[in-house]
Design a binder for this molecule. Sequence first.
Ligand code: PBG
Length: 319
Amino acid sequence: MDRPRRLRTTPAMRALVSETRIHPRDLVLPLFIKEGAREPIAISSMPGVVQHSEASLADAVRAAADAGLGGVMLFGVPLVRDEAGSGAIEPDGILNRAIRIAKEAAEGRTVVMADVCLDEFTSHGHCGIVTPDGTVDNDATNALYCAMAVEQAKAGVDVVAPSGMMDGQVAEIRSALDAAGYEHVSILAYSAKYASAFFGPFREAVESQLDGDRRTYQMDPANAREGLRETDFDLLEGADMVMVKPAMSYLDVLRDVSQRSSVPVAAYQVSGEYAMIEAAAANGWIDRTGAIMESLTSIKRAGADIVLTYWALEVAPRL
Ligand code: PBG
């Protein structure tokens, strides 16, 4: 008889034959920084996650470097928003300040990445310029993404991460960075990003009020093939890394992307995925640690090289 149970007999045996391992370097910690905050501010729908002050951001980046994390991903929460999201492009805007603080704290020990998207900075909450008829203007938005990416590069960012799902955004940002002398700055493209209910708690994290939804630019959850098409475009446009987002409901897409990609593949375990596990665990309905580790393992098993997760700091010492 075949007895596969032999390889499950002891913890040491199971560790020996484990097919999927997670290393702290695979993990990226998303961090929020709130303009003007004196203290870290709790985010109620994401227990354990905060909006950082400038001082606590530096501490968090040092902790990430000490834990051996692969990187941090920065999101800014500005005090003032307008139609065009102009705070994103101000050299001293909150996200650009955060990049300078994070770069200094990181001392080259962990990679500093930043979100290139306007939704945190616009009054209407959309990821780009909204025209009078209510559509998001693709090409006008790309021009702003280019300016935003160049400001981030000036602030010293290692990796820019365009997440707005505008057509051609990777190619345009690549040429803008190169033209400004930042050919060494990498692009992590949010390639297959879906219009997902699992981004819900993120809205509280960045205090964004969204008019309507994002279904004219983020992808339909029904479409897997289209995710591959988006990934192919981003690879051709010069993405250094590609991403699938959210992670757990899109493991099939992640698997297909990882088999096809010639560059490292990231997956983002988003705010709603975090909140679901925290909420169920707080009610005593699931084992918290077990669920966290199983979720991360499944994302790596599906083919992610890099996982963005709000639990990065917590799990790193266990790996
Ligand atoms: C766009 C952006 C979003 C997230 C990351 N980048 C929000 C959105 O597209 O609606 C969501 C991350 C999360 O939910 O954890 N700036």
